[in-house]
Design a binder for this molecule. Structure first.
Ligand SMILES: Nc1ncnc2c1ncn2[C@@H]1O[C@H](COP(=O)(O)OP(=O)(O)OP(=O)(O)O)[C@@H](O)[C@H]1O
Length: 657
């Protein structure tokens, strides 16, 4: 709990506790799986020595990133920073010379004349320093976004290239989440790195001049800065600890705020009067966060005051040493003036150096994640190349396929399944079974999204594991019950399944007609160009059924030999459903093989072959007629009878009034 107990007073989440809102709304302490937490130990232990020791490595990483992004800009920044620090050293020495000339014995006019060339030199140094500063800005300005873009592109590329199994692996997903900050951090790292190099070089210039004036002044400079370095580190460590302690709490509060403006929740919030209830808890959570911020500010103020007192003491000691050197005649007055200037410059640079190194370390943790992701995704990417498939494949066979989704303790979803899918042109193959029996999973294995742990999926006898996966993808198109709603135009939504070639208008018209989208498009405000997202101005929202038709048009537009249709009619009205099944049949007649996953047994009756799954095992296979004609009641017949019974006429009540 904090020193004042203010968080507890506000009903918030004191250290290690559970707030009132958490208890009431979330049933206990919120535990978000935040990958940031992995840095906790590392950051807590971040001492001055570790930071300084690790800095060359970090600067190296930043320079490598910058070099890859833009060599010319990197060289420009490096040269400009070197130039700037050189001019600073020259300026300090110039000041020394200037003071020595002005404070020398003799007539004032003569001393001024003698000082003129040095003054000109100082002016030139200032000008060159300013030009170098401008050049550094010129170089680092475009360099930073380039580094960020490159890092982000790499990240995104790896994200879509890895296997589905990696996307569903918790560990990999966590890495994916934390590495997303890597690109922005890489950009920021460049800025901090330039600042570190700049501060380091300027410090070097000041230190060289100081050492030349008197060696005792250098340790005094360090003594002046150490307390401030300690304060910076302590404050940042405390901020970081607090962040981790409060992260769940503040995410919970943000979630409450989002709920209040969420369109899906809007109706209930109004009709059930939920607004004031959520607002009250949001206020409670926010108040306790405010009190935590106030506590941190009080601690930071105390630390900084203490550090300032120590720095003041060190400065006083330095000036006393200077006075003693002057008194003893060891140092000339001009040299003492230069020393004061060099101490001030050096102290400011050392201070900036510590702060920038601190930032550099913070950012490097996220860049490190990005590096780890790039390495890890290289092992988990979908292999490129492999055996090519012939132009036509006659069948896909599942041979003793056992498959479980990635993750510890996941039971097999498909268990020793062996079946054949004949890819005859015009065939409709239905996959039937209760919820969770493994139908969609089987379809995912068919289109190459996963490979089985045991057994094999064979395309005309060739194991999918050795086939070029892009070849398998190219042969499949999928319509899901919850296919993705791309927040783009209707045209893009229908044609995004085939992005490798320019849009074929005739093909698009055919697909639209097949899916019944042709009637919908003229009704949209901008026809095919209508933006299907309410997030943007002028966007339009389709109904669930209209989206579904667009999804079917998309799958048809792909023109793949195998069309996997997974519960395509869940959001359609009865008329549209009938029409879709007629169209699916006609797609098959048009030459595609349809793999149909549905619970509507009436639609399955028109299939050429039915495979029935039950709890991950294949329990029946045959034509619908064969399965219905079986003597013993199998799974298929019982599912069929159950649905048929729902449509049987209800007997009129006997003797009813
Ligand atoms: N991505 C996933 N990760 C882990 N488990 C999954 C995943 N997808 C499905 N499952 C599990 O696999 C089992 C089979 O799911 P699947 O979607 O293949 O069944 P289904 O027969 O298509 O079901 P439904 O008729 O309800 O659509 C279920 O127990 C489900 O919880």
């Amino acid at each position: 709990m904090d020193a004042d107990g203010s968080a507890a007073r506000d009903g918030g989440a004191p250290e290690g506790g559970v707030s009132e809102a958490e208890r009431e709304l979330f049933g206990g302490a919120l535990v978000y799986d935040t990958s940031w937490a992995r840095y906790e130990e590392e950051r807590y232990q971040l001492g001055l020595r570790t930071m300084v020791g690790g800095t060359p490595r970090l600067v190296g990483t930043a320079v490598r990133l910058a070099w890859r992004a833009d060599r010319r800009a990197t060289l420009l920044v490096a040269a400009a920073e070197l130039g700037r620090s050189a001019t600073q050293a020259v300026a300090l020495l110039g000041v020394n010379r200037l003071l020595a000339t002005l404070l020398a014995e003799g007539e004032m006019a003569g001393r001024l004349r003698a000082a003129l060339p040095v003054a000109v030199l100082l002016g030139c140094a200032a000008l060159i320093g300013a030009v170098c500063g401008a050049l550094s800005t010129l170089g680092s300005g475009p360099l930073e976004p380039k580094v960020e873009r490159l890092a982000r592109e790499q990240y995104l590329e790896r994200a879509y290239q890895v296997e589905m199994a990696a996307m569903e692996d918790d560990e990999f997903h966590r890495l994916l989440e934390s590495a997303q900050f890597g690109a922005t951090s890489a950009r920021t790292m460049i800025r901090h790195c330039v600042a570190v190099v700049s501060a380091l070089l300027s410090l070097l210039a000041a230190a060289t001049v100081l050492t030349a004036l008197h060696p005792v002044l250098l340790p005094m400079l360090v003594l002046m800065v150490l307390p401030r370095a300690w304060a910076t580190l302590s404050v940042s460590r405390r901020r970081y600890r607090s962040f981790h302690r409060w992260v769940q709490h503040s995410r919970g509060a943000s979630m409450l705020a989002r709920l209040m403006t969420d369109t899906d929740a809007a109706q209930e919030i109004r009709v059930h009067g939920i607004g004031p209830y959520i607002l009250r808890h949001f206020r409670g959570m926010s108040l306790s966060q405010e009190s935590e911020q106030a506590r941190l500010a009080r601690q930071a103020a105390r630390t900084e005051l203490l550090a300032a007192a120590c720095t003041g003491g060190a400065a006083l000691a330095t000036y006393l040493i200077l006075a003693w050197l002057l008194w003893g005649g060891t140092m000339a007055l001009a040299a003492a003036g230069t020393a004061v200037l060099a101490i001030r410059t050096g102290a400011a640079q050392l201070d900036s150096l510590v702060r920038q190194i601190n930032y550099l370390h913070e950012e490097s943790l996220y860049v490190g994640d990005l590096d780890r992701l790039l390495a890890e995704s290289a092992h988990r990417r979908i292999p490129s190349g492999g055996q090519r498939l012939p132009a036509t494949v006659e069948r896909v066979t599942f041979e003793h396929v056992t498959f479980s989704y990635p993750g510890e303790g996941n039971a097999p979803v498909l268990d020793d399944v062996s079946l054949t899918l004949p890819l005859r042109r015009g065939a409709v193959i239905a996959l039937v079974g209760e919820n969770g029996s493994g139908k969609s999973t089987l379809a995912k294995l068919l289109c190459g999204l996963y490979l089985p742990q045991r057994g094999s999926v064979r395309w005309d006898g060739v194991d999918a594991a050795v086939i070029d996966r892009q070849d398998i993808f190219a042969r499949c198109a999928v319509v899901h019950q919850d296919h993705y709603r791309w927040p783009m135009t209707a045209r893009v939504n229908a044609t995004i399944s085939r992005t490798g070639t320019p849009v074929d208008e005739e093909r698009l018209a055919r697909s639209a007609a097949q899916a019944g989208v042709d009637e919908l498009i003229p009704e949209l405000p901008r026809g095919w160009q209508t933006l299907l997202s309410r997030t943007f101005k002028g966007g339009h929202q389709l109904s669930g059924g209209q989206w579904q038709r667009l999804g079917i048009a998309r799958a048809h537009y792909r023109g793949a030999p195998i069309l996997i249709v997974d519960e395509p009619t869940a959001a359609l009205d009865a008329k549209a459903e009938q029409r879709i099944f007629d169209q699916i049949r006609s797609l098959a007649d048009g030459g595609q093989t349809i793999v149909l996953i549905t619970h509507r047994m009436a639609s399955v009756r028109r299939a050429d072959l039915v495979h029935v799954l039950h709890e991950g095992r294949l329990v029946e296979s045959g034509t619908p007629e064969e399965l219905l004609a079986r003597e013993e009641e199998g799974h298929y017949r019982s599912l069929y009878d159950l649905q048929a019974a729902q449509f049987a006429p209800v007997p009129a009540p006997r003797g009813g009034r």
